[in-house]
Design a protein around this ligand. Sequence first.
Ligand code: WT7
Length: 647
Amino acid sequence: MTEASYPVPAEWAKDALIDAAAYDRMYAEAATDPDAFWAKEAKRLDWIVPPTKIKDTSFDESDFHIRWFEDGQLNVAANCVDRHAETRPDATAILWEGDDPADDRKISYAELRDEVSKLGNALKANGVRKGDRVTIYLPMIPEAAFAMLACARIGAIHSVVFGGFSPESLCNRIHDCDSRIVITADEGLRGGKTVPLKANVDAALDHGDLAVETVIVVRRTGGKVTMTEGRDCWYADCVEGQSTDCAPEPMNAEDPLFILYTSGSTGQPKGVLHSTGGYLVWASMTHEYVFNYRPGEIFWCAADVGWVTGHTYSLYGALANGATTVMFEGVPNYPDHSRFWQIVDKYQVNILYTAPTALRSLMREGDDWVTRTSRKSLRLLGSVGEPINPEAWNWYHSVVGDGRCPIVDTWWQTETGGHMISPLPGATALKPGSATKPLFGVLPELVDADGKVLEGAVEGNLVIADSWPGQMRTVWNDHERFFQTYFSTYPGKYFTGDGCRRDEDGYYWITGRVDDVINVSGHRMGTAEVESALVAHSKVAEAAVVGMPHDVKGQGIYAYVTLNANAEPSEELRKELVQWVRREIGPIATPDILQFAPALPKTRSGKIMRRILRKIAENQLDQLGDTSTLADPAVVDALIAGREEAI
Ligand code: WT7
């Protein structure tokens, strides 16, 4: 197979931070002498106590532990804010662009330090101590950055919950990490529509027996909300009168920085826990090398801070490197389909990082929305969250980047903390659709179902053979689940859950999840979560959810539902169930297709055969494979017959 290849442009080869020779040299050093390599990379941070122990890790069950820079001490906020506020107080840290193009705000590093310190003191005044968990349920407004950094400053662990999640999902996440404090806003604003964040918090707190004592509310829209006396306070009142002096808490490198919940193949979302030192070294290093970030450049990561991309690149990586980071509250198609490119021109953005799903939705509106803008400031484009199809890649490259800007297709996961497989723009020839080669310290392997390591050009399951500094340290409250989920399938290795092909040039091509996780618009959704939401409805007996190809979202959600004997399929019930899932989990979990099924295909031992359900959802009816092991093969015909009516 020969794929299109784009060599490193001459000016990049000349001026890049890391060229092809440097990549080879640094990759080899990180693999053969990790202590030396990472001791050097750690110097990019300001340490209160510099680490002398660098790597101490083992993925083996008998001696399982992951520790990086373990005797070092530092503070993340001091690194992301104070050190720049001292040397370049007036440099812009955050360029905030509101949902309404007329709404914007510029925050310098000195202002950021003051805001973070005041909120840090306000949190302390509300009883928050080192190690306490703080749930943040905010839209993309500067206060989200203040809140995360204020937690980091005082050593509290933040758990950001994406504003699109329902009260029920929020409640579970608050409960799981036992937060006593929630920071939210009256309402969010996206694409001209409001999101009832405070009302959702109220509903979440009504739901469960939670330990929440304080709710801090940012006034964003001025919409009407109910404030509970003694529990709720306005953000402005909380920080008023607080000192701008708040000493950064000295943290051990292995102390937790944040929890971020993510979906897995089974059960409730897992609280992915990231560390202080290793995570920040990884965030800073990958932000600098992968984006070839140069001081003074304007960096825009379009992800919401509710996802790991927003954590690592909008915030921690960018600010650790003293960048100016653009924070956008709205959506790509409001007020019109030109919004992204208008923002690029308005702020003279040099580096743009977004998801294929956004590109596909803009691409179908036509090139004119793009070409009427200048975009001359752009130097580099990035892609994240899902495989980018060559069509979207080519459009990004030729229309958005005028054929001038390299594209870094970055493969990574919530669990990995930052980029893992990605081109370096000055070092790596690009192939559209391939995340190309591993970064320093990343040892990818492809294994077969038995764990046998496959060599050469081959397809298999993607594992990582050794630890890297940015990797998650545990699942909050469930270290056993951490080990079981990631290290037990292929003993001694981290299992990513992704399938992958390696070509003859050693390039990696992610083929998608091999577990029961689907990727909807670059966001992970566990099929089990959607199923349990469905069966929680009184009329549903059983549900099975699979992914299906979707033009814009990458994957859509296809749900098969078997009703209880007392219920009849109807259009009305179909709508009701779709709404039900939206309410239970959030809009991102909305089933695209919901098919009523008299029965689900099961083996004689009662296991649902998802392979068959996937093929029917994909309309690959000639590829159903062997159905003879089913308890009742006739079920398949009924499912095929019911498909037409569902879609
Ligand atoms: C899963 C992780 C990475 C931050 C946002 C998503 C898929 C991610 C790529 C890419 C192909 C990708 C994988 C991965 N994925 N980036 N460049 N090419 N697939 O983080 O929600 O933790 O999801 O997203 O399947 O396992 P996440």
